[in-house]
Design a protein around this ligand. Structure first.
Ligand code: F0G
Length: 464
């Protein structure tokens, strides 16, 4: 390969390279996943991460304004004129002592990376701007994804804001929250609701994209993950370029954790950081394929040769029992994560762990995040619930510095939140109890009063 930027099979034994323009997103030789790969010696790489800080003063340049593209030297696959940005990545890392106390960390040691501040309200915009820019560079007119709701919201918003492509989204029937569905509908995406769940929708969208030559933006697309690397750059930037001890992230299709691993592997290779943080991936207990395979069956990256027989037999058992993912954290209700091998590589390099948390733990953690001042959707709070477990187990020490990624905004999925705080036992039972949540650990119930001034004043005095 004579180009400095190309795609390459992630399995070193194969290592087949593919041109940057290829959109099949699959190794032609071994069908493995692809990376976007760089010959760094031929690319202008900054000598120090501090060089990126200068871009803050140049807010009128839209590439410097973007929280993704101001790091463009670390994802140098697109020419500046090909880049499509809508101002994504203006997100913040906030210390939270309230949540630190809840999970058992010392005050000052927990940081929440709030990706809900993105234009479409989730971390997906980091990856979408990257995939979208690649799609544009290859002249795509239609782009598709299967989604539990956030990828589809991101694709819809990029298509609508740029008017460059038609968004075609596949969602499982009844499996998407209204906040996310409303985004796809409002932004004009062609919305195909199939009778099935996310895992079914993802298989279909891959077939359809191949057959109709539609550009695929699911996280099997390695360009998406290049954009998501920047979440890590922003975290360490906010920590004055110090690497935390742990990164904790929810796991669904395992794109994010794969991207985070790649970000740190590259930074270390380039000599831009001196160490790599540990990585914890948190599954919902109702969608715990990664936890089962990694922690129970000890599936490992194994220098690029994971034992795929273990994966196949696990999937066969799931198929035979028609076992479907089932969690209130609908964003991560996924049983067949496409990025599994990349996630194994990330855990290998980052001394990673995987944990599962149930819906009760997720909703209680979410309420704690909310009362601490940041609103997130259930899937995002899995990271906090998982961290609490890791501190209890003694894997994370109270003195460790930890960054938890809050992947999306509270308003994405308000249903569970309203039911959790509801004073009405019927509503609670209907929406949460039936799904295994026993009680609201931290409810904030609305106070019911008659329309009477004295009663209202009395209520305020009693409750405030
Ligand atoms: N958190 C949120 C809010 C998500 O929407 C997702 C994935 C994840 C976590 C998991 O990230 O797949 O990289 O492991 N949502 C996808 C979607 C699947 O279609 O919106 P992952």
């Amino acid at each position: 390969m004579t180009e400095a930027v190309f795609q390459r099979c992630i399995h070193p034994q194969c290592g087949t390279t593919v041109s940057l323009e290829d959109t099949s997103f699959q190794c032609p030789k071994c069908t493995g996943l692809l990376d976007v790969a760089y010959d760094w010696d031929r690319l202008p790489v900054p000598k120090s991460l501090k060089e990126f800080e200068k871009k803050w003063s140049n807010r009128t340049n839209k590439l410097d304004f973007s929280g993704v593209w101001r790091f463009r030297e670390l994802l140098p696959f697109a020419r500046p004129e090909q880049i499509m940005t809508i101002g994504e990545g203006q997100t913040i890392l906030l210390p939270s002592d309230q949540v630190a106390t809840y999970v058992g960390l010392n005050p000052g040691n927990l940081f929440l990376q709030y990706e809900g501040m993105n234009p479409s309200g989730s971390f997906k915009d980091n990856g979408m701007t990257a995939a979208f820019s690649h799609a544009r560079s290859v002249g795509a007119r239609r782009a598709a994804c299967a989604s539990t709701g956030n990828t589809s919201a991101a694709l819809s918003i990029y298509c609508a804001a740029t008017d460059l492509m038609r968004a075609i989204i596949f969602i499982g029937s009844g499996k998407i929250s209204y906040g996310k569905l409303s985004q796809a509908l409002e932004h004009g995406a062609l919305t195909i609701q199939i009778a099935g769940d996310f895992d079914d929708a993802l298989q279909r969208v891959q077939q359809v994209s191949r057959q109709l030559g539609i550009y695929l933006v699911n996280s099997i697309n390695p360009f998406r993950l290049e954009g998501q690397k920047t979440i890590m750059y922003r975290i360490i930037e906010a920590l004055n370029w110090e690497v935390p001890d742990w990164i904790v992230v929810p796991g669904g299709n395992l794109g994010n954790c794969s991207a985070f691993g790649k970000a740190f592997i590259e930074l270390k290779e380039l000599g831009l950081v001196d160490r790599i943080p540990r990585l914890a991936v948190i599954n919902a207990a109702g969608a715990h394929t990664f936890y089962e395979l990694y922690e129970k069956q000890k599936l490992r990256w194994n220098n690029g040769s994971p034992d795929f027989k273990v994966v196949d037999s696990y999937m066969k058992v799931m198929d035979a029992g028609n076992l479907r993912a089932n969690t209130l954290a609908s964003a991560i209700e996924i049983n067949r994560p496409v990025n599994l091998p990349k996630a194994l590589r990330a855990l290998d390099r980052c001394s990673g762990v995987v944990r599962e948390v149930n819906d009760q733990e997720i909703l209680d953690a979410k309420a704690k995040v909310g009362s601490g001042g940041l609103g997130c959707e259930p899937a995002s709070a899995a990271s906090v619930a998982g961290l609490k477990k890791l501190v209890q187990e003694g894997i994370v020490s109270p003195g460790d510095r930890v960054a938890c990624v809050l992947t999306a905004h509270l308003l994405k999925d308000p249903d569970a939140t309203v039911a959790y705080h509801s004073a009405d036992p019927k509503t609670f039972e209907e929406k949460l109890g039936k799904r295994g949540v026993r009680r609201a650990g931290f409810p904030n119930r609305a106070v019911q009063v008659s329309n009477d001034l004295d009663e209202i004043i009395k209520a305020i005095e009693v409750y405030s």
